[in-house]
Design a binder for this molecule. Structure first.
Ligand code: SAH
Length: 525
């Protein structure tokens, strides 16, 4: 499909070109600045240069900084007040060109009335009447065309006013719709809690056939190859077991979700008396061969089945090991199955590894990426596709982040003790504060997790999926903000996060972030 479109592209363009009206420059002309006295001196809004007139200043901004102020006025549909506030905002905040050009209509940073106060006394740039500018060009025309133009201008002004009102109504309606959506989502999310707390969450309640797609994805070798080649992950498990052999000596170990059997073999080599390895996916047939060919079949017993549905050949185990972590830690909800195994099979003083983990958030400032993913939709080949943002923003993105784009300290929003946590505690709300390190625009929030092998370990092992650490196959989870906002180094940005399972698909997550007056629910699936 994509190749077809590309091949047809130039042909269609050629056919349509003749009918497309030429765009005229006349729109720009109405922004010719008013003639001013020659003795004015105007300080540029973007640098320290002083120029001889308003028009020279506007021209200098356009040619030397690439900022066309009249164009900005048009783009953001500013009236006199809006224009004055914008100029004062730019001067007062020593705005960079980049940040100015990425201001979105959805939230003008100079909206507040505080920007009505001039930054420069008698600022000549504030003495232009935005509306009159267009009429200056009219006065230079012949009387007959002057009449026509003034009628046209008036009609255009009325049309613009109507459009403006309609747009305001529409944005109010969209806001209401969004509120309703959040309300509905909240109702759906809370609906199931009426069943009361259940010791085993929805994953345990799923039937085999309902989870077929999930387990069949683990039947293919490629996913196991990716996990095994993630050496941060696999070496952490290996080092934890090989460097803490005293913990494993003569113990009965359960490996929940053994895959190729790698963790079971580490445990056997670390001195476990017996290892029971369970997996519901077809990969277990390979694991049986692997264990046999490594002559570990005396120690390791493999069982095909869902841990929630089988009976183990022993009543209790001393240690549970599992690699259950998904994107943003909790995606896939496999921890539910490990907790089921813990509650059913672990001896009273038994150990679960990893034994604890953290989920953290940090602020991201990457204007380029935001422009590329979000602002992009404002102008696609000259067309507005702004509505697409409503589809793009709510999808969390799993990707490796450049560490230099992280602009705040990290805040831990959840700590999980795998020995004691319950399934219902894996859905949570937490307040957090992000301490900003850099004055820039906050464009997204990043989420990641840390894993610890700690309890009773003389040689503690941990790894992190933070953007500042070597990358792993979990990468990071990025939540893009619809409207970036400016932040200053030292700011303490308060926020709230809510993590829920998606009731329609309990292996997927719904994550709501409430930050700087923006509330957005993201899905991770
Ligand atoms: N331990 C392996 C594989 C980890 S991937 C390794 O570290 O390389 C997780 C594995 O758990 C998958 O193979 C999946 O099929 C299995 N799994 C997930 N939930 C399970 C459940 N409830 N019962 C049995 N196996 C499960």
């Amino acid at each position: 499909m994509a190749a077809h479109t590309v091949l047809d592209g130039p042909k269609i363009q050629g056919e349509l070109c003749d009918d497309v009206p030429e765009l005229s420059d006349s729109d720009d002309e109405q922004w010719l600045p008013v003639e001013e006295g020659s003795d004015v001196s105007v300080l540029c809004v973007l640098c320290h240069r002083t120029l001889g007139s308003v028009s020279e200043t506007l021209e200098h901004c356009k040619t030397d900084h690439g900022v066309d102020i009249p164009d900005l006025v048009k783009k953001h549909r500013l009236d006199d007040y809006g224009y004055i506030k914008m100029i004062n905002y730019i001067r007062g905040n020593k705005c960079s060109v980049e940040s100015l050009l990425m201001v979105s209509n959805a939230s003008l940073p100079w909206d507040s009335d505080e920007y009505m106060k001039p930054v420069l006394p008698d600022d000549p740039l504030l003495q232009i009447d935005v509306e009159e500018l267009s009429e200056v060009t009219v006065s230079m025309l012949s009387p007959s065309s002057k009449d026509q133009v003034s009628v046209l201008l008036q009609t255009a002004r009325h049309a613009e006013e109507r459009a403006h009102r309609a747009e305001e109504n529409l944005s109010q309606a969209l806001e209401d719709l969004n509120k309703l959506k959040l309300l509905a989502q909240g109702l759906v999310l809370n609906a199931d809690t009426s069943h009361g707390p259940s010791s085993f969450g929805p994953i345990a309640e799923l039937r085999d056939d309902e989870d077929e797609a999930y387990f069949s994805s683990y039947g293919h070798y490629s996913i196991h190859e990716e996990m095994l080649k993630d050496n941060v992950r696999t070496e952490s498990y290996r080092d934890f077991m090989y460097c803490n052999m005293d913990v494993f000596k003569d113990k009965v170990v359960l490996d929940v979700g053994c895959g190729t059997g790698i963790l079971s073999m580490f445990a056997a080599k670390a001195g476990a008396k017996k290892v029971i390895a369970v997996d519901q996916s077809e990969i277990i047939y390979q694991a049986m061969d692997i264990v046999r060919s490594n002559k570990l079949d005396d120690t390791i017993t493999l069982i095909k089945g869902r841990i929630e549905e089988i009976n183990l050949p022993v009543e209790k185990v001393d240690i549970i090991i599992s690699e259950w972590m998904g994107y943003f830690l909790l995606f896939e909800s496999m921890l539910d199955s490990v907790l089921y195994a813990r509650d059913r099979y672990l001896v009273d003083d038994g150990l679960v590894f990893p034994d604890h983990c953290n989920i953290s958030l940090a602020a991201v400032g990457d204007i380029q990426k935001h422009n590329d993913r979000i602002a992009f939709w404002d102008d696609v080949y000259g067309f507005k596709m702004t509505c697409m943002k409503k589809a793009v923003v709510p999808e969390a993105v799993v990707e490796v982040l450049k560490p230099e784009t992280v602009i705040s300290e990290s805040a831990v929003v959840k700590t999980i003790d795998c020995g004691t946590v319950t399934v219902s505690e894996l859905e949570f709300t937490a307040d957090f504060t992000l301490k900003i390190r850099l004055s820039t625009f906050c464009t997204a929030i990043v989420g990641y997790f840390d894993i610890f092998f700690d309890k009773h370990c003389g040689n503690k092992v941990e790894f992190s999926t933070s953007p500042n650490c070597p990358k792993t196959h979990w990468k990071q989870t990025v939540f893009m903000l619809e409207s970036p906002f400016s932040v200053q180094a030292g700011d303490e940005l308060p926020g709230q996060i809510t993590v829920h399972k998606n009731r329609k698909d309990p292996r997927a997550l719904l994550i709501t972030l409430d930050l700087a007056g923006q509330k957005q629910t993201y899905s991770l699936q």
